[in-house]
Design a protein around this ligand. Structure first.
Ligand SMILES: Cc1cc2nc3c(=O)[nH]c(=O)nc-3n(C[C@H](O)[C@H](O)[C@H](O)COP(=O)(O)OP(=O)(O)OC[C@H]3O[C@@H](n4cnc5c(N)ncnc54)[C@H](O)[C@@H]3O)c2cc1C
Ligand code: FES
Length: 358
């Protein structure tokens, strides 16, 4: 699970002026390893200007497509996305970690559900995978998408979404909200804010008629949409969110204000790919991930900012506290999962299992 595999790029398409869509060639020996669920993401790794960089990119293809595809939007001044847009060409090989993430809901052909989706900018990538996969797997379900962009020229997957509308007819509704391009209907001008959601829920879509919602975009939009959905009656558990932080929020670890009971150091055991490795670390100095990496243990990670959940593991013994968490849902925390890049030991001994998924 924690390993990277070299995959070669089979195809690159210029989707918009600043976004490429890259398809990877997955050899038969790796097909099972790179099988994915809609809404999951890949961690890509490359040496960029002498630095070993890792970044997460959501898979934008449908499970039924049989393709492994990502869309990478060039972030102004962004190291990895600039490199990827300039360098990825057919035949180029890049290190890729198998798909991860829990931005999805179980599907069934028997379902008769109505889903809502909210995406801003490149936040459309996992949404496209979710919409395409869901509408094919659930012939009686429907999807309504609110998609925020600056202008039509910036819309990623505009053509593909139009084609999906042709294929799925009334089962797919799309509303484009544009912040820098005036549209005829005033309701669809502006940004996806709390106020905009309240208006949309009053005039365009009834939240009460929907079973679940997916939200993917920057932090403020995510909070605004989730708050509006809940205010209009949707249960928190029915709202799936994925933070798409181009810049990872930086948090500083605040050492425990209260005196920590027991010793200052902690004995840590990590279980990865079935093998156990143990080491000692100071409780408040660095995260378990950083301490483990210093010991030469190959723990999987990407953002180191509590966003991507690549470093997720299950606490088998002991207690830890997390600084930031933008990735784990309440039910995962209740089951004992933590983000190791944000986790600091509280007890004198902890055991973390990176192999458990549920
Ligand atoms: C789960 C997950 C899935 C993701 N999926 C996708 C995806 O499918 N497609 C995609 O394109 N991205 C996706 N991202 C974001 C992606 O991982 C990178 O964060 C993004 O490409 C920027 O990386 P970078 O190395 O280019 O920028 P960095 O070098 O990390 O950032 C450079 C600097 O640019 C600044 N900066 C960042 N954003 C902006 C901006 N918009 N304007 C001005 N300055 C800025 C930052 O402050 C930072 O200091 C995803 C992120 C997560 C966590
Ligand atoms: S490495 Fe991204 S959440 Fe820990």
């Amino acid at each position: 699970m924690s390993k990277f595999y070299p995959l070669s790029v089979a195809n690159v398409r210029q989707e918009t002026r600043d976004t490429i869509v890259a398809t990877f060639a997955v050899p038969p020996s790796l097909r099972e390893r790179f099988a994915f669920t809609q809404g999951q993401h890949l961690t890509l790794r490359a040496q960029v200007n002498g630095q070993d960089l890792r970044r997460s990119y959501s898979i934008c293809s449908a499970v039924q497509d049989g393709d492994l595809r990502v869309a990478i939007k060039r972030t102004p001044g962004g190291q990895f996305s600039t490199w990827a847009n300039d360098t990825l060409k057919p035949g180029v090989s890049i290190e890729v970690m198998p798909p991860m993430g829990h931005f999805n809901l179980p599907l069934s052909a028997e379902h008769h559900k109505r889903y809502l989706g909210f995406a801003a900018g490149s936040g459309i990538t996992p949404m496209l995978s979710i919409i395409k996969t869901t509408l094919q797997a659930e012939p009686k379900s429907s999807f309504s998408l609110v998609y925020g962009n600056r202008s039509s020229a910036a819309v990623i997957f505009r053509e593909e979404l139009a084609e999906l509308k042709d294929v799925f007819g009334g089962r797919l509704n799309i509303v484009y909200v544009m912040s820098r391009e005036q549209q005829d209907i005033d309701l669809f001008n502006g940004r996806i804010t709390r106020e905009k959601c309240d208006q949309l829920f009053q005039h365009w879509v009834r939240v009460a008629d929907h079973d679940a919602a997916f939200v993917c975009g920057p932090e403020q939009m995510m909070h605004d949409v989730a708050a509006a959905l809940q205010a209009h009656g949707m249960a928190k558990e029915a709202i799936k969110v994925e933070l798409f932080a181009a810049s990872i929020p930086k948090t500083r670890h605040e050492p425990h204000a209260r005196p920590v009971v027991g010793r200052q150091d902690c004995e840590v055991t990590v279980i990865i790919d079935g093998s156990h490795r143990s080491f000692t670390m100071e409780k408040d100095k660095e995260s378990v991930l950083d301490a483990g990496l210093k010991q030469g243990i190959d723990i999987r990670y990407s953002c180191k900012g509590g966003v991507c959940s690549t470093c997720r593991c299950k606490v088998v013994e002991g207690k830890l506290e997390m600084d930031a968490n933008y990735a784990l849902e309440d039910y995962e925390i209740a089951r004992g999962f933590v983000l190791s890049c944000q986790a600091f030991p509280v007890t004198d001994r902890i055991v973390l299992d990176f192999d458990q998924d549920n």
